[in-house]
Design a protein around this ligand. Structure first.
Ligand code: RFL
Ligand code: PHB
Length: 393
């Protein structure tokens, strides 16, 4: 493992792995340090929706072979409320954009396989403990691997180490501002060995709370229920989970929710957070290390991928010409897109969930907003454009 590299990439999630792929293709050497083992990173059940821009970026760097073969193309989503469904058609509302259902686990596996096939440095079980010299030309990443303490000297350090990452702490606290919102509910996510009961995702508002029907493949469903914070996933039987899902998705007509064995379950708190700026000196933040969105808008993974694309371009400009113009612009450009996604994720979350003790007035406002989306192509287009993905800044 080298002790010197151009870009030290901390974190082997989607942001770090895609950044490493793009840098490798631009001829810029980097080292990826990931604190977990490979199996853990490849099995971690998370997001499932890729925007067109994310798919395009993966294709452009030769990482979309399996995605193109196995990813499911979706032209829309269904919203449900008041026992009725309303479909949002993306291509007709967005000038032809659509999304793809492809699990984050699979994307991560593809990027890891490519990096290892390239013989490029990617270290698992390498936990970064600190970054020093962020304000110098030679920042140093300190990490532990196989019981030994090591250091990696870099031109730049990319903090792709997620929400609890350590790279952010290399920036003096007085230089950072964090904006945060914690929601008064969580998502109970389950994976089930049963073909999805729908062709497209269903986002349901109901008097019992929010529910989402997603999928991983033609044979595997991914479902979510809004639950109170602190819910113990082990406290629910499979039957209770299916009964609750069925009650929340109920519509007039013949639709049925198919049941099957539940193979994984977890409770995920919902949170919005943004750290500004995303660059300080030679330290750059990307993905969840800089921003978190609640999953209702399916934006987390896509923001991470867009950060990686814009950051790779900026580093390529620096490597080719020595100019830092694009690096200087990175934080402002990305924060504009990040705040748009924050707003959309907050809008989807607060329109579809019932807060504890929510007043009937607030419920009427939610239902009015959903009725408006059904009645107006303009209101529907606003949702569709944000969901299918806005062009990269
Ligand atoms: P990741 O995926 O968290 O990757 C960060 C990586 O950094 C590693 N790491 C370190 N490595 C070395 N040294 C250290 N000190 C380190 N500290 C951390 C971690 O092990 C990890 O491998 O961030 P990245 O790459 O920015 O990617 C972002 C996406 O993963 C994230 O936005 C989405 O998955 C968010 N998200 C979801 N988004 C959706 O759109 N739909 C979902 O259903 C959905 N489910 C989720 C989620 C995020 C979750 N987390 C983070 C709690 C479910 C969960 C549980
Ligand atoms: C998922 O498939 O895990 C998924 C899909 C859409 C969302 C959130 C999660 O908004």
């Amino acid at each position: 493992m080298p002790s010197r590299t151009t870009v030290g990439v901390v974190g082997g999630g989607p942001a770090g792995l895609l950044l490493a792929r793009l840098l490798h293709q631009a001829g810029i050497d980097c080292v990826v340090l990931e604190s977990r083992d490979r199996g853990y990173v490849e099995q971690r059940q998370r997001a499932g929706i890729l925007e067109q821009g994310t798919v395009d970026a993966l294709r452009a760097c030769g990482a979309a072979e399996r995605l193109d073969a196995e990813g499911l193309v979706h032209d829309g989503i269904e919203l449900r409320w008041n026992r009725r469904g309303h479909r949002i058609d993306f291509p007709s509302l967005t000038g032809g954009r659509r999304v793809r259902v492809y699990a984050q686990t699979e994307l991560v596996k593809d990027l890891i396989a490519l990096r290892l096939a390239d013989g490029a440095p990617l270290l698992f079980d390498a936990r970064v403990t600190a970054v020093t010299g962020a304000d110098t030309d030679r920042p140093v990443v300190h990490y532990t691997h196989q019981g030994a303490e090591r250091s990696l000297h870099c031109d730049f350090v990319a903090g792709c180490d997620g929400f609890h990452g350590v790279v952010r702490t290399a920036i003096p606290a007085e230089e950072l501002r964090t904006f945060e919102r914690v929601y008064p509910y969580s998502w109970f996510g389950v994976l089930a060995d049963v073909p999805p009961s729908c062709d497209e995702l269903i986002y349901a508002h109901s008097p019992r709370g929010f529910a989402l029907h997603s999928m991983r493949s033609p044979a595997v469903s991914r479902l979510y229920l809004q639950v109170p914070n602190g819910t113990d996933p082990a406290a629910w039987t499979d039957g209770q989970i299916w009964d609750e899902l069925e009650a929340r998705f109920a519509v007039d007509g013949g639709w049925r929710l198919a049941r099957g064995p539940i193979t994984q379950r977890a409770v995920l708190p919902l949170r919005s957070a943004v750290t500004e700026p995303m660059r300080w000196g030679r330290v750059l933040l990307a993905g969840d290390a800089a921003h978190i969105v609640p999953p209702t808008g399916a934006k987390g993974l896509n923001l991470a991928a867009s950060d990686a694309v814009v950051l790779a371009r900026a580093l390529a400009q620096w490597a080719a010409t020595g100019t830092t113009a694009a690096l200087d612009a990175y934080s402002d450009a990305r924060l504009q897109a990040v705040w748009r996604a924050e707003h959309f994720s907050w809008f989807m979350t607060t329109t579809l969930h019932s807060a504890p003790g929510q007043s009937p007035f607030d419920t009427r406002l939610q239902l009015s907003q959903l009725d408006r989306i059904a009645a107006s192509p303009h209101a529907a287009a606003e949702l569709a454009e944000n969901y299918a993905g806005l062009p990269l800044v």
